[in-house]
Design a protein around this ligand. Sequence first.
Ligand code: SAM
Length: 280
Amino acid sequence: MPLSLFSSALSRQFAQMGSRIVERHRRCEGWWAPHLKNTADFISQHLPSGARVAVLGAGRLLDIDAASLISRNDEVHLFDADGSCLRAWRSGLGSDLRRRIVPRIEDVTCCLSDWQALVRDCKSVASLERQLAALRAPLPAWASEEFDAIVSLNLLGQIPLYWRDVVRARLAGLSEPQEEALAASMGELQRAHLEGLARSTADRVIVVTDSEYYFYEASTVEWRVEAALFGSARTLLQSPGVEGRAVIGKDTWLWHLAPQFIEHNDEGEIHKVEAIAWGR
Ligand SMILES: C[S@@+](CC[C@H](N)C(=O)[O-])C[C@H]1O[C@@H](n2cnc3c(N)ncnc32)[C@H](O)[C@@H]1O
């Protein structure tokens, strides 16, 4: 969905989250470095050259070797809902490389604006709960474009968090059934994303995503574990082969996203990251 159709509240939310990513990266640069390098290396190893490539969740290109990717390919579409990424996409690249970039400030789910309107216009909490449980995400428009390769770049785990924040802002203190309905709708967004990748024409599909969140306190040995994948997303991600593609590479690592005492004094946060490449 192009930016013009995007609600201004949602655009602001993406821009705020984007600037938080930049600030956090500045504070935690050394802690993030292994994750950023692992992601960039995995993509370099599994992406062919000379192709028309889509990078979903390109953000500020922190986790991809952008110059190498763009110089090896004919056309690189950079997708992100945060309009402030445009500056990062233009800076640091010579005009020859810039010409090969197609900037796409879009919501990759193609439905967040509609879903947000539904929450805004809902008459009662009970009807909202029913509607959440019944929501079905569409096949994203990018899935029907002719890309040779698509990279979903540390995005899948993030997609439902923006939506979750919209719902929680409207419904403070969710009941258990409401939380379940919300989780189902979060899973819908992830299912549609993975289905879009599977049903695309791309010969090569790469997904790098958080799959679990670990919260720790340095003074105890207990961890709290939260899921980053909802509904059928976990099973779909583990799929051995889709539409004639087979798994050609897999890796997993930890991303120390928010070290205790640097981000927050009460706890730290580590993400489990999974990377999978499918190819024909
Ligand atoms: C964790 S960041 C990924 C890191 C990013 N590659 C970078 O280097 O900054 C997730 C990115 O996905 C984008 N994003 C999240 N949900 C999105 C959506 N529905 N549509 C488009 N972009 C989205 C965010 O704006 C953010 O830039």
